[in-house]
Design a protein around this ligand. Structure first.
Ligand code: FAD
Ligand code: DHB
Length: 396
């Protein structure tokens, strides 16, 4: 006999999007249940994004999730761009009227959300296989899956598809409904997390003829770095010394700033793509976060976009259950997509500017340098870069 659960919103996926939605709905007195494919320890250990926009930070603090964020998150008022022997600082705070970014790992956000939900005995079901959606176009949706205790069945009013790029929600929408717009880039990122103190207290984005590099950190002991690499290469083919040597070359480190090295705790190669589906809703299914869109990570926007979607989606559910109106739910896709496309543009622009393309000719290389020179040398252009990097205001 399946375990049968009735709830208002069935949520698929316990990444930042699903967990935040569950938390916001719980605060508003709306019932939901999460089904997650992976284990609790797996989602807590998943190292991913680390740069938080001002509006993401403000929202988490407003929701009462800011204790560890304010204590351990690193406030950054600027970052450095290196190219063609130049080192230019983008003063984010000055260029945006005081806004900043916060370096705080995505897995810390997941940890905070999970702790807050578990404190209230929130129904979160881990290690659920074979999740599939039924009745999304009939107004009586149902999610079925299989857990350690056997089949599970969630009947609900709405389904939130927060199950990332490879999830089941988006493919449950009938063929022909969604427009899929995407671009694959001919390179990937090798991302490492290393037990090594950071050499710089601010992020460094580097353009180099051998490929792009990003120098980042998590705290005084842990550094996080990204190197442009071949998408078909294996992370194992990068011995530790090669990674550190390559980082030093691409960051144009001089003798006075050799990178502190240390054991590499995590390394992963991620392909880069831009991807959007339109609309983000079908019947009673709403897609949010990576389930609906992917940005190349160069703009550091993935988690922030997921948070922005959820703010709108939660507002829509709250309006529906409190006021009996669907205006915000009906506008969800249109409002989110307007912001998503602006963020796609920024992420695509940053990606085009910092990476070496395989077929790149000398003219293109000059265009990149000119773009970097303009973006960092013109007050107006730097202000535009800063406005986007600290994050556009939320639309809901
Ligand atoms: P996810 O975090 O992907 O969460 C989806 C959840 O759904 C997962 O827990 C998954 O296990 C679960 N799920 C999937 N399928 C099913 C199913 N069938 N049934 C039930 N549950 C399911 N962004 C940056 O800005 N900078 C970075 O450096 C960066 N690095 C990244 C590195 C990697 C390897 C990846 C994959 C992403 C990275 N991103 C980065 C993007 C950023 O992490 C995502 O945008 C963010 O995680 C989106 O959150 P989400 O909740 O929408 O999706
Ligand atoms: C980090 C991730 C990014 O995507 C980026 O552009 C800069 C820094 C990070 O994980 O710290």
């Amino acid at each position: 006999m399946p375990v049968k659960i009735r709830t208002q919103v069935g949520i698929i996926g316990a990444g930042p999007a699903g967990l935040l939605l569950a938390y916001m709905l719980r605060r508003a007195g709306i019932d939901s249940v999460i089904l997650e494919k992976r284990s609790r320890s797996y989602i807590l250990g998943r190292v991913r994004a680390g740069v938080m926009e001002q509006a993401t930070r403000d929202l988490l603090i407003e929701l009462g999730l800011g204790d560890r964020l304010c204590r351990d998150g690193l406030l950054h008022k600027g970052f450095e761009i290196r190219f063609a022997n130049e080192r230019r600082r983008i003063d984010l705070s000055e260029l945006t009227g005081g806004k900043v970014i916060t370096v705080y790992g995505q897995q810390e956000v997941v940890k905070d959300l999970l702790a807050a939900l578990e404190q209230e005995n929130y129904p979160l079901h881990f290690e659920i296989d074979d999740v599939h959606l039924e009745g999304i176009d009939e107004g009586a949706p149902c999610i079925r899956g299989r857990g350690a205790e056997g089949p599970i069945e969630i009947s609900c009013d709405f389904i939130a598809g927060c199950d990332g790029f490879y999830g089941v929600s988006r493919p449950s929408i009938p063929d022909g409904v969604l427009s899929v717009l995407s671009r694959e880039y001919p390179f990937a990122w090798l991302s490492i997390l290393a037990e090594a103190p950071s050499a710089s207290h601010e992020l460094i984005y580097a353009h180099h003829q051998r490929g792009g590099a990003i120098y980042s950190m998590r705290n005084k002991r842990l550094s996080r770095h990204n190197l442009q690499c071949d998408p078909d290469g294996a992370a194992k083919s990068w011995p530790a010394d090669k990674i550190w040597d390559e980082l030093e070359v691409r960051l144009n480190a001089d003798n006075s700033e050799r990178l502190p090295r240390g054991p590499i705790l995590d390394r992963v190669i991620t392909r880069m793509r831009s991807f959007v589906v339109e609309p983000m809703q079908y019947g009673s299914l709403f897609l949010a976060g990576d389930a609906a869109h992917i940005v190349p990570p160069t703009g550091a926007k993935g988690m922030n976009l997921a948070v922005a979607d959820i703010k709108c989606l939660a507002a829509g559910f709250i309006e529906h259950y409190r006021a009996g109106r669907r205006d915000k739910l009906n506008a969800y896709s249109t409002i989110c997509l307007a912001r998503i496309w602006r963020v796609q543009r920024f992420s695509w622009w940053m990606t085009s500017m910092f990476h070496r393309f395989p077929d790149q000719d000398t003219f293109t290389a000059h265009m990149q340098i000119a773009e970097l020179d303009h973006a960092t040398g013109s007050q107006a252009a730097a202000a535009s870069l800063a406005e986007n990097y600290v994050g556009l205001p939320h639309s809901c």
